[in-house]
Design a binder for this molecule. Structure first.
Ligand SMILES: *[C@@H]1O[C@H](CO)[C@@H](O)[C@H](O)[C@H]1NC(C)=O
Ligand SMILES: *[C@@H]1O[C@H](CO)[C@@H](O)[C@H](O)[C@H]1NC(C)=O
Ligand SMILES: *[C@@H]1O[C@H](CO)[C@@H](O)[C@H](O)[C@H]1NC(C)=O
Length: 438
């Protein structure tokens, strides 16, 4: 900023405030901000994404030494993103994919160009193959305001507790808000987590403005579908991310419901062909099929759209996921935590009464949308349903430890209770015959 000679204090302050209101420095900066990682679905790779306000080259410098020079280089591309708000703010989104990373090795990196570099971040390259035990943090509905789970997630991340994050829709509240500035603020707020761990996403209802353009532009998910639906493998698990929003915002494209459904079926067929090697199939989508919250959301209806499809019969997901033996379904949208007994078509299919999640005879659903946002928590209906196993109306997030091909450990962390574990279950399925629930 130029020195403001002859300007009184009040006037200076006013000027500063108005610059602040413009949401950036007084000239477009090429210094990277909003740095975050994602896994592009190819072993040995990691994608770095960041934002600048002026066009610039896209480079990542990286290495395995904690300090000193960063000997490795990778280049990528920037694309201009114009937000749909009246100011038509323009962001440059940079994407660089690092390749030939050594599995399980820790890297240090910085991103940017000669016009400005980020600070250094570190991450651990994902291990290859199926014989290791990934640890994930899972949550949805995290806002730029009231992001209750973030401080603890940040500490967990610093301690190297996770291999990846799954954010099950609803970001920032909302990324498009205030001409995209709320999105900028959110991406800065999550940087201490997302610049050090692959941050994997699916779209939620809060991303819908301008046809999900802020979601598509700001994240870099695997595949060529702008992150609306995709799948990837981590250790013994195949993870499918999809959009429940195609069932609700039909004016953006009726065809999307059918396209996604067909893709899901093909992907599930492929995953089942490889199921002996990689037994777990885990889905993540924003709006649940079932929930017992005290509101009027889709999941409170007996024939919810996500479960039974359009007009109660077209492209419903419960039959599809059951048919292909999906093990675990992760949801959010309700700002609370709810675990269901293994379920299909409103019937509980416990493995046994003593150990319901050992050899369950239907998929297990977890609804985890209480990471914290300005809308606060969602209450539950007074009477729990017979299919509801546990309900927690507290801020928090879920830890998922995929121990091996037969054992998954699920824990719910309460931020209201200073990190106390308020749910703790193991899901155990046999190695073979995973597709058939009987
Ligand atoms: C919205 O986006 C989808 C997928 O990116 C696209 O197929 C569709 O045509 C878009 N709809 C409108 C109305 O722009
Ligand atoms: C499922 O198991 C739980 C825990 O033992 C039990 O409370 C519930 O009644 C069981 N449901 C059915 C339908 O067996
Ligand atoms: C997975 O780990 C559990 C607990 O250690 C063990 O009992 C089980 O045999 C393991 N499964 C496989 C396939 O190695």
């Amino acid at each position: 900023m130029r020195p403001l000679l002859g300007c009184s204090w009040g006037c200076c302050l006013l000027l500063l405030l108005s610059l602040e209101a413009q949401g950036g420095p007084d000239y477009p900066s090429a210094v990277p901000e909003q740095v975050h990682l994602s896994y592009p679905g190819e072993p040995g790779c990691m994608t770095v994404t960041w934002t600048t306000w002026a066009p610039a080259r896209s480079e990542v410098q990286f290495g395995t030494q904690g300090s000193g020079p960063l000997p490795l280089r990778a280049q990528g591309v920037a694309s201009a993103f114009v937000d749909g708000g009246i100011l038509r703010r323009k962001l440059y989104i940079h994407r660089v994919t690092l390749r030939r990373l050594l599995p399980g090795v820790q890297y240090v990196y910085r991103c940017g160009s000669a016009q400005g570099w980020s600070r250094r971040f570190r991450f651990r390259a994902l291990k290859n193959g199926v014989h290791w035990s990934p640890r994930l943090a899972v949550f949805g509905d995290l806002g730029a305001d009231n992001p209750k789970a973030l401080p603890r997630l940040r500490r967990d991340t610093q301690q190297g507790m996770y291999d990846a994050i799954l954010h099950v829709g609803d970001f920032a509240y909302n990324m498009d808000q205030d001409n995209g500035r709320v999105g900028d603020r959110f991406m800065r707020v999550i940087e201490p987590v997302a610049a050090n761990l692959p941050y994997m996403t699916c779209p939620g209802n809060h991303e819908q403005r301008y046809n999900f353009s802020n979601y598509k532009a700001r994240f870099s998910m695997p595949g060529d579908n702008e992150g609306l639906w995709y799948s990837w493998d981590i250790g013994p698990a195949h993870i499918i991310s999809f959009s429940t929003e195609v069932y609700f915002f039909l004016h953006y494209g009726h065809h999307l419901v059918q396209e996604q459904f067909r893709w899901l079926e093909r992907d599930l067929q492929k995953a089942n062909a490889n199921r002996v090697a990689r037994p777990w199939i885990i889905t993540m989508g924003h709006r649940p099929m079932y929930c017992s919250n005290a509101d009027l959301d889709d999941c409170t209806r007996h024939e919810s759209k996500v479960r039974k499809g359009l007009r109660g019969k077209l492209y419903g997901l419960e039959d599809l996921f059951h048919k292909y033996g999906v093990d675990l379904e992760l949801w959010a949208h309700e700002h609370s935590y709810e675990r269901l007994w293994p379920i299909y078509n409103y019937q509980v299919f416990n493995g046994s009464r003593e150990t319901p999640y050992t050899n369950p005879r239907g998929p297990v659903h977890i609804i985890t949308g209480s990471a914290g946002c300005e809308e606060r928590l969602t209450p539950f209906s007074i009477f729990p349903r017979p299919w509801s196993a546990l309900r927690v109306k507290e801020y928090g997030y879920t830890r998922l430890h995929i121990l091996n091909g037969t054992h998954i450990h699920i824990q719910q962390v309460s931020d209201d209770q200073d990190g106390k574990i308020v749910d703790d279950v193991w899901v155990v399925r046999p190695l073979l015959d995973r597709m058939m629930y009987r």
